[in-house]
Design a protein around this ligand. Sequence first.
Ligand SMILES: [Ca+2]
Length: 313
Amino acid sequence: MLIHLLLAVVNCQPNDAPLFDDPLIKSTHELQAFSFQPPYVEDSLRNRWWKFGGDAFVNVNEYIRLTRDTQSQSGWLWSNTPMYYSSWIVEFEFKVQHEGALSGDGFAFWVTKEKEIQGPVFGSKDNFEGLGIFFDTYANSRVRHSYPYVMAMMGDGKTSYDHDFDGNSVELGGCSHDFRNQENPTRARLELTSVHDPSQWIQCFKIEQKIPLNYFLGFTAATGGVSSKHDLIYTKTYAVTLEKSGEENRQKSYASSSDNKFDTSNQYNKPPVTEKKGTSGVQMFIYLVLIAIVAYVGFVIYRTSQQKSNKRF
Ligand SMILES: [Ca+2]
């Protein structure tokens, strides 16, 4: 299934409520499994839905810091649960601050098959499968546009990001946006749904790509010879039901989940949702598919036997 991706980056006041003023959106509900906000951790000093590692650490009242403003850092934060909705919106606020003249390398937002593997692409592995959105603050190659630069890459598991050339050859879309050393956090919104462009936002890019279900959401950041503090303030993720095709999207999502052998019973913590999930509708959809397959197999057997009997006589 082809999906529109849209990223908007704005400088904004902290804690503004998210706006979904699109008439095509029938309803949204927040997915707790893909959201976080202060104090980030529970009594056990862990987060039930997210895991962090490398050089990342939590300041419970203010931020999750992926890297400090020192050289050769690498930190990560990944969702425990894979995303099994096909239409969703994620919004996150972040701050990138540095004291030296230069900042680097940047951070990434991921929707990928694998997680928690450190590497050279903003702290995560190269040759990844899935979507990477890179908030690149350092020009490693000849400058083609102003920095910081935000860009998207769709990884097929074989193609390299090529850090030394800032991913120039694999860029699907991007924009320049100065989010460094801003007084307020910068907010980004990524929409994996077919709604129109939000009016209050600056559109960074819009591309059409297929993103498989059951990929993990993550953030990683790295510093090299130059450095920055890469801080995440909050993330809120919403499942979206569209006006006309919402129920259809929901059913496709669940049907594809079973195709991918997603085990909702024990392999992962299933995220809580506030809406009724329409199980009977999903069952009906699966029954219809099974009936269609049975009918087709019956037709093939019938035609084969007819052809054989035609040859015989
Ligand atoms: Ca770079």
